[in-house]
Design a protein around this ligand. Structure first.
Ligand code: ADP
Length: 256
């Protein structure tokens, strides 16, 4: 049984009395431990899809099944990392990372140990007592990711988490994310509009059409792991996958 099963999803928005079809006929299953990326042009409904999966929105048609149960309201077993880091400005880095465990009533010492371990894994050791405004965008986004990992969700949705970062920082964070994923083998559904990022990270790349978003194709990425994110694009396998996917994506992107 797949961990997540998206079945015939259609989503319409009502805008000033007019219907806008954002997503149509979306069918996708994601297995436990898989890293799936979704790539598509801006406005094709990628964020809408994640909001439906986590239960923040309701579909107009179809259903989403997680662990055998249809999603019906907010699901706390699913973690959601957004582009905006949403760190609390009055809390230090470590206090931000610990917050989900604090809410669950985990003992202070135990949550400190877990937070310190994750902070160290993403190279933020020494910054535990810094406030968000004292950290760079890349550091804040690392904190944002580990504050989701710390409560051990079974599925992690990521909505362009590296979108606002510069190219070098993005690559470093992609590398760290792959290492965190390899260590935890969490299931990740990751949205991006960057095809290179999509291929670098994924077991499968799901390519969407422009609005209304439909699945245009799915490509298995068999490049062996662990992957060298700094050099992966030089490999023949990468280039072949990129070429195939770009041919499909190109007509969907407004190049005007
Ligand atoms: P993406 O994440 O791929 O950029 P979105 O899911 O944000 O796309 O949006 C898909 C489409 O649905 C867009 O055309 C957008 O204008 C529309 N849309 C998104 N959210 C709403 C909303 N709350 N009300 C009305 N239309 C919306």
């Amino acid at each position: 049984m797949p961990l997540l099963s998206i079945e015939g999803i259609r989503k319409e928005y009502q805008v000033r009395g007019k219907k806008i079809l954002a997503l149509d006929a979306i069918d996708l299953t994601v297995d436990e431990g898989e890293f799936v990326t979704i790539v598509g042009p801006s406005g094709c409904g990628k964020s809408t899809l994640l909001n439906l999966i986590v239960g923040l929105l309701r579909s107009s048609f179809g259903r989403i099944v997680f662990h055998g149960d249809p999603i019906n309201g907010i699901c706390t077993k699913i973690g959601y990392v957004t582009q905006k880091d949403n760190l609390l400005p009055w809390r230090t880095l470590i206090a931000n990372v610990e917050i989900a465990l604090e809410i669950r009533g985990v003992d202070k010492r135990a949550r400190r140990v877990q937070a310190e371990e994750l902070i160290g894994r993403v190279g933020l050791g020494g910054f535990e007592d810094h406030y968000p405004h004292e950290l760079s965008g890349g550091m804040r986004q690392r904190a944002n990711i580990i504050r989701t990992l710390i409560y051990d969700p079974e599925l992690i949705l990521m909505d362009e988490p590296f979108g606002p970062l510069d190219a070098q920082t993005r690559i470093v964070l992609q590398d760290q994310l792959l290492k965190l994923w390899a260590a935890s083998r969490k299931t990740i559904l990751f949205i991006t509009h960057d095809l290179i990022e999509a291929i670098t990270l994924a077991d499968r790349v799901v390519l969407m059409t422009s609005r209304p978003g439909r699945i245009k194709s799915i490509e298995n990425i068999t490049i062996p792991r662990p992957r060298d994110v700094f050099k992966i694009h030089e490999t023949q396998q990468f280039r072949a996958a990129h070429e195939r996917l770009w041919q499909e994506l190109r007509p969907e992107v407004n190049l005007a």
